[in-house]
Write a new protein. Structure first.
Lengths: 186, 141
């Protein structure tokens, strides 16, 4: 009787584990490209983006028990991804502090030679303009402009009030417009 | 002609970053590999923690049992303690005898020497004050 109970418990644990793995495989399949695109737009370099993407999904796996379903699954994943990006950028900046060029300047010059960049000159200038923004404002702009995320969802992702996000996006657009116009007039 | 900048230009919203061919499959495989490494790491950690906990429990049980036996033995009036006390008692007895003998010997010696010293002093003082000889005194006694 006892042995049968233990056997059933063991089988349930295995099937739970299998179900968890199946769910994660589904999640990975659904969000892989979207999350990669977000990370890639923030960190620019493909290899860096691949590393951050791996760290993001490993974090998602490790924290799967903490997801309570109160927020949308994709805002939860985006939150982890943006935090991983910010952490990655901070690490890069710390390592880069002795360099004459800032981390953003290096990324901008990388855009010039990036073989995986598929846009025209106009798009390249636009991407460079985005790189002039402070990192958190850059993420706000990316989420609103490219992912068309609602401010309420962004608020959950970035732990910032809707009002502050609106103001941040407005400032970001102004800065980008100024930068691009300046570049086009040269 | 230079393009006029318009933030709502649909071209700008297109993703200009290409993804290398086969990246998704490679990336997904690497993620699963890392997850399985993490899983085995956490399993090892769990095993080490449970083994350490089991050892701690065993040591605790052993110490508890050892201590309770010890207490039981010494707090039990029916228990025969003679074996335990045997060597200690003999030693204490011998020590106390030795001490007692030495002390009483020392006291005797001191009292004898003190009494003789007192006697001699008293007699000589008396003799000086009375001008009597020692013999006279002893004769008068």
């Amino acid at each position: 009787m006892e042995a049968a109970k233990h056997f059933n418990m063991g089988m349930r644990a295995i099937s739970n584990k299998q179900r968890e793995e199946e769910q994660f495989a589904e999640l990975l399949e659904t969000y892989h490209d979207r999350v990669y695109a977000l990370i890639r737009r923030i960190v620019i370099d493909h290899d860096d983006a691949a590393d951050v993407l791996q760290d993001t999904f490993i974090k998602v796996w490790e924290k799967r028990d903490t997801f309570r379903g109160e927020s949308n699954l994709y805002t939860w994943i985006y939150k982890i991804a943006t935090n991983q990006c910010l952490e990655f950028i901070r690490k890069k900046k710390r390592r880069n502090f002795l360099s004459l060029d800032t981390y953003e300047e290096k990324l901008a010059s990388k855009l010039e030679s990036d073989s995986y960049f598929d846009g025209n000159e106009y798009q390249r200038i636009f991407q460079k303009a985005i790189l002039t923004l402070p990192e958190k404002q850059r993420i706000v702009f990316q989420l609103k402009y490219f992912d068309e995320m609602k401010y309420e969802e962004m608020s959950a992702v970035l732990d910032t009030s809707v009002g502050a996000l609106k103001a941040s996006y407005h400032h970001a657009v102004k800065k980008i417009e100024g930068f691009v116009k300046d570049q086009l007039n040269h | 002609m230079k393009p006029m900048f318009n933030i709502d230009d649909p071209d700008l919203k297109k993703n200009p970053f290409k993804t290398p061919v086969g990246f998704k499959e490679k990336s997904e495989k690497e993620i699963w590999d890392k997850i399985s490494i993490e899983k085995s790491k956490s399993q090892n950690k769990r095993f080490i923690t449970s083994a350490a906990a089991a050892v701690a429990v065993l040591v605790g049980l052993f110490l508890g049992a050892y201590q309770s036996n010890f207490k039981l033995y010494f707090n039990n009036p029916v228990a025969d303690h003679s074996e335990v006390y045997e060597t200690d008692e003999v030693l204490v007895y011998e020590l106390s005898n030795l001490e007692e003998a030495t002390i009483s010997e020392a006291i005797n010696e001191e009292s004898i020497s003190n009494s003789s010293a007192l006697d001699t002093d008293d007699v000589s003082e008396y003799l000086e004050s009375t001008d009597l000889s020692e013999f006279d005194i002893y004769a008068s006694l």
